[in-house]
Design a protein around this ligand. Sequence first.
Ligand SMILES: NC(=O)c1ccc[n+]([C@@H]2O[C@H](COP(=O)([O-])OP(=O)(O)OC[C@H]3O[C@@H](n4cnc5c(N)ncnc54)[C@H](O)[C@@H]3O)[C@@H](O)[C@H]2O)c1
Length: 271
Amino acid sequence: MQQDWLGLSGKTCVVTGGARGIGLAIAEGLAGAGARVVVLDLAAEDAERAASALGADALGLACDTSDEASVTAAAERVRSAHGRCDVLVNNAAVFRPMPLIESTLKDWNDGLAVNLSGYYNCVQAFGRLMMENGAGAMVHIGSIAAFTSQFHGVDYSATKAAITGFSRQVAIEWGGRGIRSNVVHPGLTKTPLTAERNTGSDIMARRARMTAAKRMGEPDDIANAVMFLASERSSYVTGADMIVDGGLQRMLTELVPNATRISDFEKGLRQ
Ligand SMILES: NC(=O)c1ccc[n+]([C@@H]2O[C@H](COP(=O)([O-])OP(=O)(O)OC[C@H]3O[C@@H](n4cnc5c(N)ncnc54)[C@H](O)[C@@H]3O)[C@@H](O)[C@H]2O)c1
């Protein structure tokens, strides 16, 4: 295979929320492909720790994506360090489960501030840098919650669905300026967050069984899809949504009780 098939070597790639979980796997994947990765995360020490493990070309910066001034400052640091931004991965998000009836307008706005306005802030700041070079790829991390509502995910499901509309808007407004915009929607993915919430039970195994692939997603599964959409190999893909969920969204009828399947199942038990 051609070396540097993805063509990401030497590109400046910004990953928000890159200090852990899916964001860290994306940062690792991009660095492994030869990119100069910039990790943005809330705490400077977390961003710097992640970046130092990625190699000498990586940079870790403290940035709260929900704060416009913080994002503008990070974009200025990227400009002074690298003079450009080729790829933005909008990944930083929060999920604070809560029944709708108990939630307040403040809870709602807090979720929107990171999961939607945070994406907007980064698109604006890093989009301007991309326009200076007339090229760039944006990949926004959504969720299958955009299509199948998340349990107690009031603001989460709404923001994840909104990301698709926002990304399509970026794609059509900035396509003529050489900027592409796509969304990757992860399904059930093993990250510190999901592991923390589901210890001491067989929930993870039961989740795995509900997918067509019969396994939970790994952060690298999401990173691989992101790297394709960040790369020149997807140069004619924009305004698209890629669901990376091991087929979970297609499993509905498979999970519906079915007479044929029940008798097959009972036959299997008798054998
Ligand atoms: N884990 C899953 O199963 C799953 C499924 C679907 C979608 N997703 C999406 O994937 C993305 C990553 O999820 P994860 O599971 O790796 O999450 P995570 O909580 O493990 O990591 C999120 C990272 O974002 C950072 N962050 C949070 N708020 C920030 C802010 N305002 N500014 C900068 N950084 C901030 C956190 O410090 C953390 O490092 C999110 O967009 C999430 O909605 C995850």
